[in-house]
Design a protein around this ligand. Structure first.
Ligand SMILES: [Zn+2]
Length: 92
C-alpha cells in the first residue's frame, strides 16, 4: 500500500437520507484532507473522492487540482472497509 495515502480519520460531513448520499471528510496521516462520497443505493459504495487543497498533493506535490486521489479511490475505499472508518452509525 502507498503509505502516503494512509487514512488517519474520517468524519461525517453531510448526509441526505432521502437520496442515500453521504459525504465525509477524510484526513490522511500526512495531513491531507479529502471529501469521500458514498451512496447506499442500491448498496453501499464509494462514488467519488475529491482532494481538499489544504496542503499540496502528497503524490504529485501540486497545490492545485490533480487527479491522484481519484485514481486511488479504490485504495481509500478498501482502507475504509478494512479499518471500519465509517461504522454503521455513520451510515445512517
Ligand atoms: Zn496529485
Amino acid at each position: 500500500m502507498n503509505s502516503k495515502l494512509q487514512i488517519k480519520s474520517v468524519t461525517l460531513a453531510d448526509k441526505d437520507l432521502k437520496s442515500g448520499l453521504f459525504q465525509y471528510i477524510m484526513t490522511l496521516a500526512d495531513g491531507s484532507r479529502a471529501r469521500l462520497f458514498y451512496s447506499n443505493k442500491p448498496e453501499w459504495h464509494l462514488t467519488g473522492v475529491t482532494r481538499l487543497l489544504n496542503v499540496p498533493c502528497p503524490l504529485c506535490m501540486k497545490d492545485y487540482y490533480c487527479g491522484c486521489f481519484e485514481k486511488n479511490a479504490e485504495l481509500f475505499d478498501r482502507q475504509v472497509n478494512e479499518n471500519d472508518f465509517i461504522p454503521a452509525s455513520m451510515r445512517a
